[in-house]
Design a protein around this ligand. Structure first.
Ligand code: ARG
Length: 386
C-alpha cells in the first residue's frame, strides 16, 4: 500500500493469536513521560517514578500524567479501530477508591457521564492499584458495565446472551434476583470486589442504562423481533498498565461501531443468532448457503442498528467511517514520527471487509506502554513464562 504508515514484514497479520505480550523494560514503560515533560523536569519525574516502581510501589503519577497515560494507552491499543479520537479521552482519577461500595457509586457516575444523553463521551476511571506489586487490589468481575444475562434452562436451551452464562451464574449464586419473568435482555448487576477481595453484588438502578430498541427504516415487521442493545460499551475487566504499574480496575469506554452489535453480538451463532429468524421473515431460501440468505439478513440487521441509534440520537459509527478514521489516525501518527501497532484481525470489520481501506493495509503488532491488557492475555503470558 502506498502511503502506508506501517513497517511491514512479508505477511500480515504478523502476530499469531494468543502470542504472549513481551515484557517492556522500565525505560520503555517511562518513555511516554517525554511527551509530557522536558529538560530537568523530565529527568526529575523519571527518576522519582523509577525509584518508586523499582521498590515495588505504584508509580506516583500526578493526575495530569495519568490522564496523558490513559490517552496514550488508547492510542497504543493494537485492537482498536477508533483511535483517531484518543486525545478526547477524559480521566476520572479515583485512585483513592478501593472499597466496593464507593467503586459501585463511581461506576454509576461513569456510565451516566459516558452516555451523556446519547452524545457519548469517552471516559477512563482509574481505581486503586495494588499497594505493592502482586498485592490485593479492587476488581470488577463484569466484562462490561452493561451486559445481558444468559440463563441455561434444564433442557440445555439458553435464554439471553450465551457470552454471559458464567457471570449470570455467579450473580445468581451471590443472591441476584432477576425479575420474575426472565427475558433475553435482562441487564446484569455488577459484581465488584474491593481490596478485601470479597465479591459483592450491585443491582443497577432502574433507568440507569440507556438502551436502543431496533427498528428497520423499510421493514415494519423488524420492530416486532423485539431486538435491542445498550448504548455504550464500558469495558471493565481489562488491566490498564502505565509507568510500570498495573491498575486491575480501570473501566473505560468509547462508542459503538455498528457491526459490533449487528454483525457479531446479535448475529454470531454462539451469541443471539438472529440471522435465521431475519432471513425467514425476508422470505429467503435458507436451504442453500449459496442463496446468500445469511449475507442478506446480515445487511438488513446492520441497517436496523445504524438507523435505530441515529433515530434515538445515540452516537455510533459505521464501519466505513471508522475505517477511514483509522487510516487518518495512521497518517497522523506517521506525521508525528510514530509507528502504529495494530492487529489486522481485530481492526478489519466483520462485515464487507474488503470494501474498507483497512482490509488492504498490512499491519503488525508490537508491545507498547501504556496499554490496556485482556486478563486472558495475562493467563497466556503466565503459562508461557512458567
Ligand atoms: N465488541 C464489544 C461489544 O460488542 C465492545 C468492545 C469495545 N467497543 C468499542 N466500540 N469501544 O460489546
Amino acid at each position: 500500500m502506498s502511503g502506508c504508515p506501517f513497517h511491514t514484514s512479508a505477511s500480515s497479520p504478523a502476530s499469531p493469536r494468543g502470542a504472549a505480550p513481551a515484557r517492556l523494560s522500565i525505560e520503555d514503560e517511562l518513555r511516554f513521560l517525554e511527551e509530557i515533560h522536558a529538560g530537568p523536569r523530565l529527568a526529575e519525574r523519571r527518576a522519582a517514578i523509577r525509584e518508586a516502581v523499582t521498590r515495588g510501589l505504584p508509580a506516583p503519577l500526578s493526575t495530569e500524567e495519568l490522564r496523558q497515560a490513559g490517552r496514550i494507552g488508547w492510542r497504543n491499543h493494537a485492537r482498536c479501530i477508533g483511535r483517531l479520537h484518543w486525545r478526547s479521552l477524559e480521566l476520572r482519577d479515583h485512585r483513592h477508591l478501593d472499597d466496593a461500595e464507593q467503586i459501585a457509586a463511581s461506576l454509576r457516575e461513569h456510565l451516566e457521564l459516558a452516555q451523556n444523553d446519547g452524545a457519548v463521551r469517552s471516559f477512563l476511571t482509574v481505581f486503586a492499584p495494588p499497594e505493592r506489586v502482586g498485592g490485593p487490589a479492587p476488581r470488577i468481575h463484569n466484562h462490561q458495565l452493561c451486559a445481558y444475562a444468559g440463563y441455561r434452562s434444564a433442557d440445555g436451551a439458553i435464554l439471553g446472551d450465551p457470552k454471559n452464562l458464567a457471570l449470570t451464574e455467579q450473580a445468581l449464586a451471590l443472591g441476584w434476583r432477576p425479575a420474575a419473568e426472565r427475558t433475553r435482555f435482562d441487564l446484569l448487576p455488577w459484581i465488584v470486589a474491593g481490596r478485601d477481595g470479597v465479591p459483592r453484588l450491585f443491582p443497577l438502578p432502574p433507568g440507569l442504562v440507556r438502551e436502543v430498541p431496533l427498528r428497520h427504516p423499510r421493514l415494519p415487521w423488524f420492530e416486532g423481533l423485539g431486538l435491542r442493545w445498550y448504548a455504550v460499551p464500558v469495558i471493565s475487566d481489562m488491566r490498564f498498565r502505565a509507568a510500570g504499574t498495573d491498575y486491575p480496575a480501570a473501566p473505560f469506554n468509547g462508542w459503538y461501531m455498528g457491526t459490533e452489535i449487528g454483525a457479531r453480538n446479535l448475529a454470531d451463532r454462539d451469541r443471539y443468532d438472529q440471522l435465521p429468524v431475519i432471513a425467514e421473515r425476508l422470505g429467503l431460501d435458507r436451504r442453500r448457503p449459496r442463496s446468500l440468505w445469511q449475507d442478506q439478513a446480515l445487511v438488513e440487521l446492520n441497517v436496523a442498528v445504524l438507523h435505530s441509534f441515529e433515530r434515538e440520537g445515540v452516537k455510533l459509527v459505521d464501519h466505513h467511517a471508522a475505517s477511514e478514521e483509522f487510516m487518518r489516525f495512521c497518517e497522523r501518527e506517521r506525521a508525528a514520527g510514530r509507528e502504529v501497532s495494530a492487529r489486522w484481525d481485530w481492526i478489519v470489520p466483520p462485515m464487507s471487509p474488503a470494501t474498507t481501506r483497512v482490509y488492504h493495509t498490512p499491519m503488525r503488532e508490537f508491545p507498547l506502554s501504556p496499554d490496556f491488557h485482556a486478563r486472558s492475555d495475562d493467563a497466556v503470558a503466565l503459562a508461557s513464562s512458567g
